[in-house]
Design a binder for this molecule. Sequence first.
Ligand code: GLN
Ligand code: ZN
Length: 760
Amino acid sequence: MTIVHNLGFPRIGASRELKFALEPYWKGETSRADLLKSGAALRRRHWQLQAGLDLAPVGDFSFYDHVLDMSFTVGNLPERVQDFHGDPLDNYFRVARGRSAQEHHACCGGVAAGEMTKWFDTNYHYIVPEFTNATTFRLDASRLLEQVAEARQQGVNAKPVIVGPVTYLALGKAKDGSNKLDLLDGLLAVYAQLLDTLAAHGVEWVQVDEPLLVTELDADWQYAFNYAYHQLKVCRVKLLVATYFGQLEENKYLAANLPVAGLHVDAVAGPDDVRPLINVLPPHKVLSLGVINGRNIWKTDLTAVLDWLEPLAQQLGNRLWIAPSCSLLHVPVDLNSEQALDAEIRSWLAFAVQKLDELQVLAKALREGRAAVAAELADNLAALAARRASPRVHNPAVRQAVAQLHADMGRRNSPYAQRAAEQAALLQLPLYPTTTIGSFPQTAEIRHARSAFKAGTLDAAGYQAAMREEIARSVREQEALGLDVLVHGEAERNDMVEYFGEQLEGYAFSQFGWVQSYGSRCVKPPILFGDISRPRAMTVEWTRYAQSLTGKPMKGMLTGPVTILNWSFVRDDQPRSVSCRQLALAIRQEVLDLEQAGVRVIQIDEAALREGLPLRKAQWQHYLDWAVEAFRIAANGVQDRTQIHTHMCYSEFNDIIASIAAMDADVITIETSRSDMELLDAFDHFKYPNEIGPGVYDIHTPNIPSREHIVQLMKKAAERIPVARLWVNPDCGLKTRQWHEVVPALANMVAAARELRLAA
Ligand code: GLN
Ligand code: ZN
C-alpha cells in the first residue's frame, strides 16, 4: 500500500496566528505561557488538518526558524549567547532577533542577531548557524521529544523532521574561516544520540532533510554525505533522506546509495530524473515521490500525475510513498479563507490544505483504482480545462505584441558615452550628484489614509489629496536638503510589486495568502494567472504632479519585470521567461509614457534579479540571459537624452557583473555601505563602463552616518571608479525609517557630496 505523508506544514497559521502570538510576547504584553499555548494550539490544528496522512511531520513547527531550532537541538549557540542563564526560549529569540544595546544596557548589554539568509531558492530566510574551529555540540532533544509526545497524544503517527547534518553544516558559516568539515565528527555524534533517543521513544521513521543534494557538490562534500550516513547507519530508527527544490542529477548515485531506509525526491522539479534513479536505487529502499508542487498555488493535474505514477507504483509496490514536492511552508494555508477572491480564479487554485486533499485522491486511486475517485478526477479535469480555455488567461493581443519583440528594442540608440554627454547637457548635474532610491518614510498618516480608503471611509478624491500632500512634503524636504535628483517618495505604494500588480491585467490578489518570509514576517505574493497587459498608465500622474512642484529633475520610479516576476506566484502553464517578457512589455509602455510626459530620469528597480538565480550554477547563464533581455526591453526604448537608472539592494556582483553591464542602465545604485566599498572591485575589474551610486547610508539601522564617514566611503569608491561616474545615495529606499532619522542622515550625505566636489 502506498504510504501518504507530508514533509512539513506552514506554521504561521491560516490567519497568521503565530505572528499575533509572537509580536505581543516580544513586546512583553503576553506571558511565556500564553505563547507556548498558542504554539500548541497551532500544532494541534495543523495535525488535525493533516489527519488523513499515514505519517505526519513533527518538529516542523517553529517559533522562529527550523534551522535555528536545529542549532539549539545540537547545542550550537553563537558564542555571544552561550553564558546566558535565563530562559532558553528567551535566549532563542535573542539569537533570532538580537537585543538593542540601548534598551538592554542595564541587563544583558544587548546582543547581535544571527545573520539571516535565503533558504535555497525560496523566499524563506533562515538564521545562519555559526561555527569556529572550537565549536562543540551537545544534544538538547527536549523540543522534539515534547512535540512527539504531544502528537502521539493526539493520535498522530509522528515522523520527526530534522535538518540533516551535511546540509546543516553546509548552510552555516565558519566565523574564523576554519574548515567546517572538521566539525563533522562532533556533529554526527550528537545526531546519532538524537536518533537513538527518538528510537527509544518509539519513533520508527525520521525525515532528515538534505536539500544540499540537489546542488553541485565538490568531492569533500560528496565524501561528507557518504561518511555521515555510514556513521548514522547503526542508529535504531529508519531514515528518510529528503531532497527537494531540484533534481539530483549527478548526485543520483550518491543519494541512492546512502545507507538509509528511504529517499524522497522532488518529482515536480525533476520527473525525468525519477526513472534513472529507480534503476540505481537498491531494491530494499523506500522511494518517496514529491508529486504535488509545494512551491506554487495551482491545482495539480491529477490525471496526468496518475498516468505517470501508476506504472511506477506497479514497479515499486510497497516501497512507494507519495508526498508534496517539499515542505508546504512555501504556500498559504487554506484556500477556503479566500472568500473575496474571484470565484473563477479560485477554482484553479490549491493551498496547503487543498494540496493534501489532492494527495489523498492520488493515494486512493493508487490503492483502489481510479474508479474509486472518479468524481474527484472529473472535477479536477474540469477545473483545469476551464483554466486552459479561459479568456482571462489568454490575451491574443498580448501574445502577438510579445511575439513581435526583438532584441533591437532592448538596445539604446547610442553607446553610453554619447548618451551621457547628452544627459549631462540636459540635466546640468554637479560632480558627485546626490539622489535617493525612491521611497520616503511610510508615516502613520499614509497608513491611515490607505486603510480608510480600503475600508471605504475615505473616497478616492480624499485619498488622492492625502497622497499628494505626502508627495509635496517629500519634495519640500528634498529641496531643503539640496538633493540633486528628486523622487516623489512612493507614498501611494503599499508594496513595490503589489502596486503594479494591482494595475496590470493578469494578476489576482488573495486576502490571506500569507507565506512566512522570516520569523513573524510574512509576504503575500500576488498571483500571476494570465497574459499581462497594462490597460492604462500606472505612475505618470503622480510623477507629473511631483515634477510640477520642483525645477530639479524628478525621477520616475518603476519596478522591473524580473523583480515583479520573482516576487509573485507565477504561472505553471508557460515558462517564467515568457511571463517575464510580457511584464517587460508592460513596463516598457510605462517607461515610454513617462518619457512622453517629460520625465528625464527613470529608475527601474531590479531588487530581486539576483535572487532568481537557479540553484545550480550550470543554469545561471540561461536565467541571466532572459532576465537581462527582459530588463533591456523594459528600459531601453527611450531616447538618448533620457537617463535610465536601476537599483539592486545587495552587494554580491562578482558572478553576475557581465550581465549587470549588459543591462546598460546609465546609472546603477547598489548596496555597499556595510561592505566598505570592497564590492566595487567587481565593477573595477570588469571595467564597468557606466555610472554607479554605491550606497553610503545603511538604511537598515536607525544609525545616522556622519559626513566624515560618507566622505571616507566615497573616497574609497573613487579609488575604484572614476569620479565623473560616481553618484552619492543611500543603500536602499527609506520607507521603513522615520523622518527624524532620514533628514539628518541625508543632510550629512549632501554635505559630504559638497565637500567632495570642493576637493575634486
Ligand atoms: N524604489 C524602492 C524604494 O525605494 C526600492 C526598494 C528596494 O530596492 N527594495 O523603496
Ligand atoms: Zn533596495
